[in-house]
Write a protein that binds this ligand. Structure first.
Ligand code: ADP
Length: 162
């Protein structure tokens, strides 16, 4: 990347990627020269898809966008941002429930790296109440999740819970 190009990072667990994430990815990809989708390894409870599977599902769903890169990451996000020359962190804001956690994290990240800005984007109203957790719960009980996730994810979920 050239020195003056704007590199943004969209970090998350993406377990699995939903249309809400994809909505944010499209918006961010339109705003910045290069978007790195950084897939975090685990959460407290442990994800249902491993990092490699989550990276593959993301890559399959956003393959038509040319200025994005999907990659695993671990460690401190601010260290990762510096290593990638990125000065923007993208986060999605849904309903107000996201706000407190997101604002805390943004404040902490600013403390760690003052020159990296956290930018919040909101999805279309349709996806404002959609979460990976809900998708997993519905899929676990054989519910239809095709309105919330792309076909590759529907299939991956079906294979997981078969
Ligand atoms: P994390 O474990 O970091 O919360 P997620 O994969 O759950 O990872 O989400 C990554 C980011 O995407 C977060 O900023 C989250 O708020 C946002 N996000 C998740 N679902 C949606 C959605 N339906 N619409 C908009 N943003 C979303």
């Amino acid at each position: 990347m050239a020195n003056n190009s704007q590199i943004a990072i969209y970090p998350g667990t993406f377990d699995p990627v939903t249309y809400g994430h994809i909505d944010i990815i499209r918006r961010a990809a339109a705003l910045f020269d290069h978007l790195i989708i950084a897939v975090a390894p685990n959460r407290i409870k442990g994800p249902i898809f491993n990092v490699e599977e989550r990276v593959d599902l993301l890559s399959a769903t956003v393959s038509e966008l040319s200025n994005i890169e999907v990659t695993p990451f671990s460690g401190l996000l601010m260290d990762y941002a510096k290593s990638k020359n990125a000065n923007i962190i993208i986060r999605g804001l849904r309903a107000i429930s996201d706000f407190e956690y997101e604002i805390q994290m943004a404040a902490m990240n600013r403390q760690l790296a003052a020159d990296v800005e956290t930018l919040f984007l909101s999805p279309t109203a349709e996806y404002s109440f959609l979460s990976s957790t809900m998708v997993r719960d519905v899929a676990r009980h054989n519910g239809d999740v095709s309105a919330f996730v792309p076909e590759v994810v529907v299939e991956a979920l079906a294979a997981k819970f078969r």
